[in-house]
Design a protein around this ligand. Structure first.
Ligand code: SME
Length: 170
């Protein structure tokens, strides 16, 4: 049913295409878990060299595992702990070239070597974070970070569960 062919040559076009495809996937759907699940699957099959792609949700001031693709992961992460917790505490994207050098990094999968985490802020509130992990050191650069920030900015209402039923979100 959904068959997106993402074949962009450069990263800016790749993330622009991904953002359009993801917006189409969540259009009209108010359930944030369903939307996170489809966006995680889209990123997983479209971005090379990942070993984990998914979401943690802000549940009562703690990050709780949400929909993802990859190996089973840690379920709860306090704000301020690890890369995801740093993104939640600072509300700033975290692009980590070498997770082994990041103080407090939480190793869910020993294969992970680099990581990109983008906070999802909707209506002034942290809804959760997008987390991408790679087995290759230095897999993510500022273009990946900028691309994911644009994608999350576009999808934030759908991922935060603030979309009204039947509303077209694109
Ligand atoms: N490594 C992350 C934890 C989440 S997993 O990688 C899926 C961190 O330090 O926040």
């Amino acid at each position: 049913m959904y068959d997106f062919k993402i074949e962009a040559g450069d990263k800016a076009s790749l993330y622009a295409e991904l953002t359009e495809a993801a917006a189409a996937l969540v259009a009209g759907e108010p359930d944030p878990i369903a939307n996170m699940a489809n966006v995680a699957a889209l990123l997983w099959e479209s971005l090379p060299e990942l070993n984990w792609a998914g979401f943690y949700r802000n549940v009562g001031g703690e990050l709780v595992l949400g929909p993802f693709q990859g190996r089973p992961a840690c379920i709860r992460i306090p704000f301020g702990k690890g890369v995801c917790g740093a993104a939640a505490a600072t509300l700033e994207p975290q692009c980590v070239a070498d997770v082994h050098a990041f103080p407090g990094h939480i190793a869910c999968d020993a294969a992970s070597r680099s990581e990109l985490v983008v906070p999802i802020v909707a209506d002034g509130r942290l809804a959760g974070v997008l987390d991408l992990d790679s087995p290759r050191p230095n897999r993510f650069d500022q273009e990946d970070a900028a691309g994911c920030v644009i994608l999350i900015q576009r999808l934030k209402t759908a991922l935060a569960g603030m979309a009204e039923e039947g509303t077209k979100l694109a």
